[in-house]
Design a protein around this ligand. Sequence first.
Ligand SMILES: Cc1ncc(COP(=O)(O)O)c(C=O)c1O
Length: 492
Amino acid sequence: MTDPAGAGALPAEGLPATRVLDEIRALRAADRPTHGGRLFAYVYDPGVAGLDELAQAAYAQSAHVNGLDPTAFPSLLAMENALVAAAARLLGGGPGTSAPDVVGSVTGGGTESLLLAVKAARDARPDLAEPRIVVPASAHAAFAKAAHYLRVALDRVPVDPVTLRPTVDAMAAAIRPETVLVVASAPSYAHGVVDPVAGIAAAAADAGVRCHVDACFGGWALPWLRRLGAPVPAFDFAVDGVTSISVDLHKYAYAPKGVSVLLHRDAACRAPQFFAYADWPGYTMVNPVIASTRSGGPIAAAYATLRHLGEDGYLRLAASTRDAVAGLADAVRATDGLRLMAEPESTVVCFTADDPELDLFVLLDELTARGWHTQPQLRYADLPASVHLTVTAAVAPRVAEFSPALADAVAAARAAGPVALPPELTALAGGLDPEALTPELVAGLAEGLGLGGGAGAPDRMAVVNTLLDAAPAPVRERLLAEVVGLLQRPAW
Ligand SMILES: Cc1ncc(COP(=O)(O)O)c(C=O)c1O
């Protein structure tokens, strides 16, 4: 993409539209496949013909509308309010429920929703100099980000290595006088298990503390699975003590990226989420969410997606997803040396390897080589490394192909044998001081491992994953942040 006359994206003379689109198409060819049910992370594909075209047309109609001022663009306000009502209804709120006064905001994604839930909780307690939040160790990393950005202390409660959930007692014991928010996941991203929301919310309520349910991942899947007969525990506003819930529409509502909903039990709970500022010479800025100028595109696309699919559509998609989860889990169960981390109770299949001769990271590479893109999860506390599959409706027609591919990949991984890092390298990774990792050192290491060249990750990642697996979290963070820094360089 270099251009001697201009710089990067900006040519000296503008290019024809068809050429520009060709360029993007060529760039996209290197990406993982967003459609087709073979990528088990990052994307949510319903496999519904015509839905993309509808969402794109809706996106285009509202792309230049600005969510900065709802009075200037009532179309956006109407669509946001409709999305909030739909999410609230699905999650136990609205007229005739035990949470009749529920309100909400549309945000740009799950992380933004969680940041705002933490901000609302923090700013509801201006009397506390050092606010804290209590989260299960399995809670999404976005809570750590929120704590970091908002200068709130993070109290992490370990999860049981078998149930992969925190106990209610441990969560209750972690609540202190400075605690402003207690968190439960429905379900957790890593393992797809639902925390004991009722007990956690009750403990929070007893202490007079807010309770946020992070249903970013599962909030648009669990209610349909329940309607189909799955034993989904209560996790929404029907549970006393739940004060806010986040649900991402760009996950299981199958909307294009950039849209999540943050719900609060009532307007008083939501009030401290807002930011208003009039003390400057420009317009009075009133922002319910973090972004100020916001494109109407993602909101209109989500609105169109919900209107088109409807309850019947989501039920059908949930049934396909449920069947796909069952089929993938069966494939794992049937494989010697693999073990499910948890019996699937939502839309995640997560497994580990119990056999030292079967290297999970080599297996992952072998699956990639066969066109199945899974996500590695490094070892954490007393949990082993694992492979994560986010399962969506588009996977259902692929399940029959997955079983033989898995068997084949396992045979290849066994034949290749485990990654054998020199013991001194493993020891080095385990004992590294993150501060000692200079950008130059990481650049040299990344070069040696085939990373950092700007062409994305190499095909085989087992060595890199093994090294990272041996390193403590601060070293992993530092190493990968430096690598991303190397990747993010101007394309002169
Ligand atoms: C449970 C949970 N919470 C929050 C998030 C963050 O969402 P986003 O990536 O949209 O910021 C995710 C993303 O996977 C998630 O699974």
